[in-house]
Ligand binder design. Structure first.
Ligand code: ADP
Length: 439
């Protein structure tokens, strides 16, 4: 490696030799001329080196950010500046690596899958969720072509040709087609594709539930409204209707209004329960008082329906205390007793018993009623689910009672159990934690 151009070194060497020979041979002109050219050449070489060093420093400064460090001569200054720049670069590289690691960790933790594909649909990079949703093995997924995915109609033409640069759609989750994924695929300027995938099974389920719910509520309201309108029109059209017929019509209308009232009340209760999921209030509720209030409320109705309503003696439940919302617990147990009365024919009985267990108490509401076929049991607590729609409407049911019971028990850390057989009656059991008891 030379510090000066070869011609300059040759010139300096030649002039130095001429000057040396001039001195040795005592040839003054040669010595003088050689020496003068040598000195001028050396000065030019010094200036040339200095200017190159300055150029180098300017270049470094413009690339790495302006910094001019003091130094006694050019080499020393250049050396300290180089050290400074290298140290600065090391630090920047370190920072960049750290940020890259943070971004990677962030991408890995995203709840949606993000994947980068090459123009042939081969996987270049993906986060953990993308491997899971694309059903790929993280060890072997990189470089694999997303065969199944590329066949999705929404994606196929995006990969096949130029054309639009964004596609959105849904696709089944390949290992379990009952689950649905939504994706967005964007063609980037460099020809790669950014695929964003997320699972929307739960959103679709909720959307379907909402649609069904609205359809059910409209349906439930339509028939009493139609009936009300029919009777109102008849009454208006014929003011001379005999009194007994008029009374009968008004009685039916009153029944329909009551039905709509119950439906609206139950809907409001459900929406209140769903708006505040989680723990109910923690007020001590004495079980004996709760059951005697239930007896007061339903005894007359049971007698009217020809049903024998049997409640446990106060001695059996004395000292058992629940923690919760007394009104809500009253409503849940009341719904069970009411169902017992509604679905038990005359001369049957509804019996409430209490069974203290280890940390819980089971409050059983058994009846000798119509019973339920086993295939209906798992669906009884669904909103608007009825085993026999006609019968439920006949007895003033809204199809929301057991759904309300389930919510209330759940909010109290409890659950509902059902045992039933057609024609042999049913037993609905509210299992609730006993928070403390005082003997
Ligand atoms: P409903 O207002 O129709 O009674 P529920 O949610 O309380 O609604 O009950 C849902 C369905 O479960 C009822 O329509 C009825 O078919 C059935 N069911 C509830 N309790 C009983 C019971 N004790 N005996 C027989 N069937 C019952």
């Amino acid at each position: 490696m030379r510090i000066l151009p070869a011609s300059a070194i040759a010139l300096l060497l030649a002039t130095a030799l001429i000057a040396a020979f001039g001195i040795l041979l005592d040839h003054r002109i040669a010595a003088g001329a050689g020496f003068t050219v040598f000195v001028a050449g050396s000065a030019w070489a010094g200036a040339w080196i200095r200017s190159r060093l300055n150029n180098l420093r300017r270049w470094l400064q413009s690339r790495e950010g302006l910094v001019a460090l003091p130094g006694e001569h050019a080499w020393e200054t250049l050396e300290s500046e180089l050290r400074y720049y290298l140290k600065h670069r090391d630090r920047r590289w370190h920072d960049t690596r750290r940020r890259l690691e943070q971004l990677e960790a962030l991408a890995q933790e995203l709840p949606v899958g993000v994947a980068l594909l090459d123009c042939g649909g081969r996987l270049l990079e993906a986060n953990r969720k993308a491997y899971e949703l694309l059903a790929l093995d993280p060890e072997r997924g990189r470089g694999q072509r997303l065969q199944g995915w590329l066949r999705e109609p929404e994606l196929a033409d995006l990969f096949a040709a130029e054309g639009p640069s964004l596609r959105q759609g849904t696709a089944p989750y390949h290992p379990d087609p009952s689950r649905t994924l939504a994706f967005t695929c964007t063609r980037k300027d460099d020809g790669t594709f950014l695929l964003v995938v997320e699972e929307i099974t739960e959103q679709l389920r909720l959307q379907k539930m909402r649609e069904d719910f609205v359809a059910n509520v409209s349906h439930e309201l339509r028939s009493p409204l139609t009936s009300l309108r029919g009777f109102a029109e008849t009454l208006l059209a014929d003011p001379g209707l005999p009194t007994d017929q008029r009374q009968e019509f008004l009685r039916i209308m009153d029944g329909q209004i009551e039905r709509m009232q119950s439906l609206v009340d139950d809907l409001l209760t459900l929406s209140r329960l769903e708006a505040q999921p989680g723990q109910a209030s923690q007020t001590p509720v004495a079980l004996d008082a709760l059951l005697s209030e239930l007896a007061d409320r339903y005894q007359a109705r049971a007698a009217e329906a020809g049903i024998d309503l049997r409640m446990p003696g106060t001695g059996e439940v004395a000292g058992l205390t629940l923690l919760g919302d007394a009104d809500a617990l009253h409503q849940a147990l009341g719904n069970l007793v009411e169902n017992g009365i509604k679905y038990t024919p005359k001369e049957g009985s509804v019996t409430v018993t209490v069974e203290p267990r280890k940390d819980t108490v089971a409050i059983h509401v058994g009846d000798t009623g119509i019973g339920i076929e086993p295939q209906h049991l798992p669906r009884l607590t669904e909103r608007f689910y009825r085993v026999d729609k006609g019968r439920s409407r006949e007895v003033g049911g809204t199809g929301l009672g057991l759904s309300i019971v389930k919510h209330i028990l759940h909010n109290h850390g409890g659950r509902l159990e059902v045992e039933s057989a057609p024609g042999q009656g049913s037993t609905f059991s509210a299992i609730l934690p006993v928070r403390f008891s005082s003997a």
